[in-house]
Design a binder for this molecule. Sequence first.
Ligand SMILES: *Cc1c(COP(=O)(O)O)cnc(C)c1O
Length: 387
Amino acid sequence: MNRDFVYLDYAATTPADPRVIDAMQSCMGAGGTFANPASVHIAGRKSAAIVADARQKVATLLGTEPGRLIWTSGATESNNLAIRGAAMARANRGKHLISMPTEHKAVADTFRALAREGFDVTWVRPDEYGVLDIDELAAAIREDTQLVSVMHVNNETGAIQDIRAIGDLCRARDVLFHTDAAQSAGKLELDLNDLPVDLLSLTGHKFYGPQGVGVLYIADRPHCNVLPIMFGGGQEKRIRPGTLPAHLIAGLGTAATLAFAEHDQDLRHVSALGNRMWAGIADIEGLQRNGPAEGGYPGILNVGIADIEGESLMLAMEPVCVASGSACNSTSGEPSYVLRALGRSDMEAQSAVRFSFGRMASEGDIDIAIERYRFAVDHCRSISPVS
Ligand SMILES: *Cc1c(COP(=O)(O)O)cnc(C)c1O
């Protein structure tokens, strides 16, 4: 265990499970299964078998068939490929696309790029908890709408969208439905044989797999396909070229099997930690919870205090690792656009702290985080008394 810091930033990335590391190690070096899976020789065939096995493991996790899965470098690439690829594949039928302002940048900025290239994008706003109103989505769908993209679990607030209801609506209106499941895959149950989802993105490192590998699921339905966005070798059905990284794929496969087997235990664990954290800070004066108080993913807890400046709060939290206003915005210093879309002011958004919990975090970690957060709030109030 790392003793230099207390890690409560699992929504940014998770440490790899030791069993994932073992699987990856067996692929590396001259004694390992390192060969190019596309090579026809015996070493290549061994790598291809590793890839096939991992594909089956991810398929089992998602309740689908291995043939539906495309390996990518992570959810960023899966989102780009799903959205741009589907928009291009269906451009001759119409150019209207729908998403939400609370999406991850990998989704939102892909739509913005398409808007600059002549597509027409409608942004459906969430309610104050970050949840989509299905009637507003229904009203936004037009004759020429081709694609709706709404994430499953929000990475900043833990808000969960009703992807079954969204998918049912999209199917009834002959629109493709993509969901960014980077924060839910391996954590919440996903049964794609049953769910009306056409395209789904996930990434290994949000559920104890390695960074740099992900999956795009493409449903086997008429008019559900994506055009490639990169060109090269013929890998992955000519949809996504590039030599497959057998070690990363083996790690992701193992992470999928672990998540499938330990799902209940993982969920109970993060719920207990989240509840403990909330119980330890809820009485702080002026504390606001960002996102749903109930019904969200229990592994994410986002709180803010309007009269406190986010950066000094983060510094005073050391050595507890949490995310500020937004993990992705923390270098830009901009208040989180996700929290702004929930109606929070710049000040409120800037003071936000996201605690996120996972498999290797302990109750002791939570107790340290509670103590540090309370200390940090008092400290910030003492150096800049607002009232
Ligand atoms: C982490 C994350 C991504 C990006 O995943 P990468 O593996 O960094 O490409 C996309 N969407 C959401 C919701 C995420 O949490």
